[in-house]
Design a protein around this ligand. Structure first.
Ligand code: ATP
Ligand code: MG
Length: 902
């Protein structure tokens, strides 16, 4: 027996720890190992074009690993909110069906940036799990990379050697490249990894399977699962696929918090722990349905229907967390990008609640209070924004349920058509259209179809889906070449103080997107502000005596400005002057400052609940989204404008504090935003009473803004308003435009002195004339009706009234109704009319013709309209059709009479 296993009897695990205590114990343990405990980065990523959501603890350290940010402190640990619903890690379809994958989960992690490596990471992980938490070592298995001959990487004997200190050989398993070689992306840092798996099967399950835990590692057994992955980054993958050594070895570990809690609480499903049980209890209360836990299921097997309920409750409990946390992080459900991903998660939950939990009204939002009660202490952003989360969720749920209704009635119609054609299968195109426009997933369509005795052509559906994916891929495909290094070093941003600066190119690379080619440059010193925090990036040039290269945009990536150019300089290693386009920069700086003043004024006028929810600042406009629960009135808008303009006229100078420790900045009264990532040191921007955390470019004094005018106020989502405004020169243009329009209007009214009174008079005259015309038309229709009825024939006791008249469609319709008033019985009336050279046919039947003679105006009109190249429809007693060919009108009228078969 392995020495570590001998004391096992004394080290009984402590199953009474709560989730919150377990989270704390992780932090305490790594603190005792000299790790800096850092906060979770936001789950929603704002400034990385390659990633929408944090999907692993290491995301926020990418720039350290890539060597563009100071690695101190070299040991760190945290719990990170992760979301795995898109891109490389997408567990969405598993969630709810299994018991250990979530969309949003917490990843506990510890890092070493060039400090301890494999041995330290392995020893600490073992010490924490076995000595501190008392997990039974006999249930733990570890994997090591088996090596890759074609890449010339040997087996990770080093890691195996360190594991052998703790576990016997038969608990160490070789793993392949898929499970045991970690890569950041197609290129970049990578290396072997070691996973720790736990065999959590019950004694009965072990007996029944007859397999050892070792045999079940990485075999998708729900009771033998990975809890911790230790990544040893030691290589850098280049674009040609080859590997080189990293200059600094990195330890990156990630442990699934919910899975750890489950092991410690002796449960067999993450959902049976105190992380999820309170939410599941609330679901049971709201729905009156029961959730069956793993233990209960062992006693008595469950029905298919109960299993559906179980899955649906897990889906809702899980998705509630994902959606709530992203709203708290500032990402609302929307139509595009990250917002669309969140919308899809929410819709998945609504769909399960609708289908399996019988929830026809909003449901998820009712669970928010329970979630906040459970997690609000560890994640204060939830508590602070509870009202907003509930409102947004309810509105989204309601909207989607309406869409579901619409989709269902469309599906009903489609099935009706199949029935009439005697067919049994809904086409894949139709199913895909339902999916694409109504968010109707295939399984729901199938479910409804099945209930009605139809099937769905799944193969065709998948073909359509594939086509769409390809379209999306082609639109988004970006190809990056390797960076070409000209000099080593980190970039210095000098843009707060300079708009021109001497520089060299440190590195560059080629980027191909949709056949367009451009280059990205990183300079050693740059005054260029890369797009960030809603403010657009600077444009300008880099130049020297030999040449001038235009910089068309600048982005922020991995903590540095990346300059976009269409062509490389002939001599990239030369010295350049980097010059920012100051007209544009000054205008966007003024707009940015104006958003700060606007934020301040909104809080004064509307109240302290106003919180920034997004902003966009460019050289010609500014947009500001904020939480507020009703429309901002015209009066309030004026008040805000006056307050901002007052501050502009005061010409308050910029008071800027760089590199202020975070806590000190808070003491200064600076406003921090939820969902924003702040370093230890922050920049504080103050203009008089307005004080914010901000890394953006600002005007030197508020006077530079010139003038401020709100041009629109609208709703973006439940509880979120959007203001758009203009400043300075744009306001001047706005004023001229308004003046020109007013002048033009005056011109229409002969330059009337009192324009308003004149227009009012015109409107009154117009209204009176309209009434007169309507009256006149009614009289004309009346007279016409009498005239055509008088001319009508009697066929077999039935009055046949036909006419052709040059009248407008609504008059023609009135006409046939008038005829019916005159002859309420035994009537067949067909009126053809021509208006704007388009023929129109109206058919009116008396009720007895429908009831007793079996005539149907809708059917008659469809047949007859063909003769004038048209179509239409209507009710049994009245129908109309339009057409293209006026010459066919008489024939169409005759056709109706012929079909009526009198
Ligand atoms: P699995 O194979 O179980 O999907 P993984 O290989 O995707 O795990 P990693 O990317 O190595 O996992 O992530 C590190 C740890 O995070 C895992 O060991 C696991 O404990 C946890 N984890 C990963 N994905 C999820 C998820 N969807 N829900 C909950 N925990 C997860
Ligand atoms: Mg996975």
């Amino acid at each position: 027996m392995h020495p570590q296993f001998i004391n096992k009897v004394e080290t009984k695990r402590n199953s009474s720890m709560t989730a919150n205590e377990i989270r704390d114990s992780f932090k305490k343990f790594f603190e005792s190992k000299q790790h800096a405990i850092v906060p979770s980065a936001p789950m929603v990523i704002k400034d990385d074009p390659t990633l929408m959501f944090t999907n692993a603890g290491m995301n926020q350290w990418k720039d350290i690993i890539l060597g563009t940010r100071d690695p101190e402190p070299r040991r760190r640990a945290d719990t990170q909110k992760c979301l795995r619903v898109s891109g490389k890690h997408n567990d969405l379809e598993e969630v709810g069906h299994d018991t250990y994958h979530h969309t949003m989960f917490e990843m506990l992690g510890n890092w070493s940036f060039g400090d301890y490596f494999k041995e330290g990471a392995i020893d600490m992980a073992w010490e924490y799990l076995v000595d501190v938490l008392k997990l039974d070592p006999e249930n733990l298995y570890v994997t090591v990379f088996e090596g890759s001959p074609e890449e010339n990487i040997p087996r990770d004997d080093e890691a195996a050697k360190y594991w052998a200190k703790h576990v016997p050989e038969d608990h160490i398993i070789n793993g392949n490249k898929h499970d045991n070689f970690w890569e950041m992306g197609d290129t970049g840092p990578c290396g072997p990894c070691s996973e720790i798996h736990v065999d959590s099967r019950t004694p009965e399950q072990r007996k029944a399977s007859g397999k050892s835990g070792r045999d079940l590692v990485n075999q998708d057994d729900p009771q033998v699962i990975e809890i911790w992955n230790l990544v040893f980054m030691q290589f850098n993958r280049k674009a040609d696929g080859s590997l080189e050594k990293l200059s600094m070895n990195v330890i990156d570990t990630g442990m699934g918090f919910e899975r750890l809690v489950r092991m410690l609480q002796g449960k067999h499903s993450n959902y049976d722990t105190d992380v999820f049980q309170p939410i599941i209890k609330a679901e049971q209360q709201l729905t009156g349905l029961k959730y069956v836990t793993f233990e209960e299921e062992q006693m008595a097997p469950i029905t298919k229907q109960q299993d559906d309920i179980n899955v649906a409750m897990r889906v809702c409990a899980d998705h509630l967390r994902a959606v709530s946390f992203s709203i708290a992080d500032g990402q609302l459900p929307s139509n595009a990008k990250a917002g669309y991903v969140i919308r899809r998660i929410l819709r998945r939950a609504v769909r399960y609640a609708y289908t399996f939990l019988g929830q026809k009204d909003g449901f998820l939002y009712k669970l928010v209070p329970t979630l906040v009660h459970e997690m609000g202490d560890a994640f204060p952003e939830l508590k602070a924004q509870q009202q907003l989360i509930s409102k947004v969720m309810k509105e989204e749920e309601d909207a989607f349920l309406r869409t579901l209704d619409k989709g269902i009635s469309l599906l009903d119609k489609a099935m009706e058509e199949l029935r009439s054609k005697g067919e049994k299968e809904l086409s894949g195109e139709q199913a895909f259209r339902l999916f694409d426009t109504y968010g109707f997933p295939l399984d729901l369509t199938e479910l409804i179809c099945r209930e009605n005795g139809f099937t769905v052509n799944e193969e065709q559906f998948n073909v359509e889906m594939q086509k769409q994916k390809e379209r999306a891929r082609n639109a988004a495909a970006v190809e990056n070449s390797d960076w070409v290094e000209l000099a080593a070093g980190e970039q210095q941003f000098v843009g707060y103080d300079y708009t021109e600066y001497e520089c060299h190119i440190l590195r560059y690379r080629k980027v191909t997107q949709k056949k367009n080619e451009f280059y990205e440059l990183v300079l050693d010193y740059t005054p260029f502000y890369g797009e960030m925090g809603g403010q657009v990036g600077d444009c300008g040039v880099i130049c020297n005596e030999a040449e001038t290269i235009e910089i068309i945009d600048s982005k922020r990536e991995n903590n540095q400005t990346v300059h976009i150019v269409k062509q490389l300089p002939k001599d990239p290693s030369a010295q350049f002057m980097a010059c920012v386009d100051t007209d544009k920069r000054d205008a966007s700086a003024a707009n940015h400052t104006a958003t700060h003043l606007l934020d301040y004024a909104l809080k004064q006028v509307l109240g302290d609940h106003v919180e920034q929810k997004g902003s966009f600042v460019s050289s010609d406009t500014l947009r500001f989204d904020f939480s507020h629960f009703q429309k901002v009135t015209d009066e309030e808008i004026r008040q805000v404008e006056r307050m901002v303009n007052e501050m502009i006229r005061e010409d308050i100078p910029l008071d800027e504090h760089r590199e202020v420790p975070f806590e000190e900045a808070k003491k200064l009264g600076a406003i921090a935003l939820f969902g924003e990532k702040y370093g230890d040191k922050v920049r504080v921007v103050r203009f008089g009473p307005s004080c914010e955390f901000c890394g953006g470019i600002h005007a030197k004094a508020t006077g530079k803004i010139g003038f401020f005018k709100i041009i629109s106020e609208s709703s973006v989502a439940a509880g979120i308003r959007r203001i758009e405004a203009r400043t300075g020169k744009e306001c001047e243009e706005l004023l001229y435009k308004t003046e020109d329009i007013l002048k033009a209007i005056k011109g229409f009214f002969n330059n009337a002195k009192d324009l308003q009174a004149t227009i009012l008079k015109y409107i009154e005259e117009h209204d009176t004339m309209k009434k007169d015309i309507e009256q006149f038309q009614a009289q004309r229709v009346q007279a016409l009706a009498q005239e055509i009825v008088a001319k009508g024939r009697i066929v077999n006791g039935i009055k046949v009234v036909t006419a052709k008249a040059p009248i407008a469609p609504d008059a023609a319709k009135d006409l046939v109704f008038k005829v019916r008033e005159l002859c309420p019985e035994n009537l067949v009336c067909v009126v053809g009319s021509v208006h704007n050279e388009k023929p129109m046919l109206n058919i009116m039947l008396s009720d007895d013709m429908v009831k007793d003679h079996g005539l149907n105006a809708g059917q008659l009109v469809r047949e007859a309209a063909k003769l004038m190249q048209g179509g239409g429809g209507g009710q049994p007693h009245f129908a109309s059709a339009g057409g293209k060919n006026t010459d066919g009108l008489s024939a169409a009228i005759d056709k109706v009479i012929e079909l009526a078969n009198l």
